[in-house]
Design a protein around this ligand. Structure first.
Ligand code: ADP
Ligand code: MG
Length: 236
């Protein structure tokens, strides 16, 4: 069971509160989408879930409290965060970046590399290449591959589509869906591209100025044009 239950989460930077009591649940093995405009606090939310910013309230994965633990401890518990801007190490090779993703484990790393190349065949011929030489899409795939090397129970994705061509983005989302289905990994995906995120998520939550203003099934939010226009500011 890897159900994620976030309740009354408050978080921010120093004196500046960004999240004002955020609550939502992502079912075990499901994909939850967090939508909302720039500056709403989506990135801060993921940072709080992975321990990068301190939070108040409760974040439980399979009933175990995550709040208050360091990012390193949370990584060991299976929380993998693909940050905004990907966070790959440009001078390192593709393979080195992937191996870094497995730093909390000692065994099964080579088998996992093969598993990653199964999802991302484009990375295999580039193993010895510097990550900085990859295209934007390949770098996002590398970032996702690195997160998978952790064998995550909870995968946090921050704007994976940012700066990518539509075709590349669709391929990336197809792979996220495949990972979710094959590994039963619980996923929280933050996106400004609501259409894409709603296409793979079961549930969606709209965040505005640090508060969830709307929650529902992805299908319902997608179907409701008025919702899309008033809360998302555009058609989905
Ligand atoms: N490192 C930081 N220090 C102080 N304030 C920050 C920091 N990062 C983000 N913020 C502020 O927090 C708010 C939410 O930002 P963010 O979580 O990045 O939103 P989103 O990802 O939805 O665009 C914004 O007002 C932003 O200026
Ligand atoms: Mg952001």
């Amino acid at each position: 069971m890897n159900e994620l239950v976030v309740s009354e989460l408050h978080a921010g930077y120093g004196g500046a509160q960004v999240l004002h009591g955020v609550s939502f649940t992502v079912g075990e093995g499901e994909i939850g989408a967090i939508l909302g405009p720039n500056g709403a606090g989506k990135t801060t939310l993921l940072r709080a879930l992975s321990g990068m910013v301190k939070g108040r309230g409760s974040v439980r994965l399979d009933g175990v409290e995550l709040l208050g633990s360091s990012p390193d401890t949370l990584a060991r518990r299976g929380v993998a965060h693909v940050p905004e801007g990907r966070g790959t190490f440009m001078p390192l090779t593709v393979e080195e970046n992937l191996r870094l993703g497995a730093y909390v484990r000692r065994s099964g790393v080579d088998a996992d590399l093969d598993r990653i190349y199964g999802y991302f065949p484009a990375l295999k011929p580039r193993l010895k290449q510097a990550a900085g030489s990859l295209s934007g899409g390949e770098q996002q795939m590398l970032a996702l591959g690195r997160a998978l090397m952790l064998r995550p129970r909870l995968l946090l994705l921050d704007e994976p589509s940012l700066g990518l061509a539509p075709l590349v983005t669709r391929e990336l989302f197809r792979i996220v869906r495949a990972i979710n289905e094959q590994e039963r990994t619980t996923v929280v995906v933050v996106e400004q591209n609501a259409h894409l995120a709603l296409g793979i998520a079961q549930q969606a939550h709209v965040l505005e100025t640090g508060r969830i203003v709307l929650s529902g099934t992805a299908a319902r939010i997608r179907a409701d044009e008025q919702v899309a226009q008033s809360y998302l500011g555009y058609r989905v």
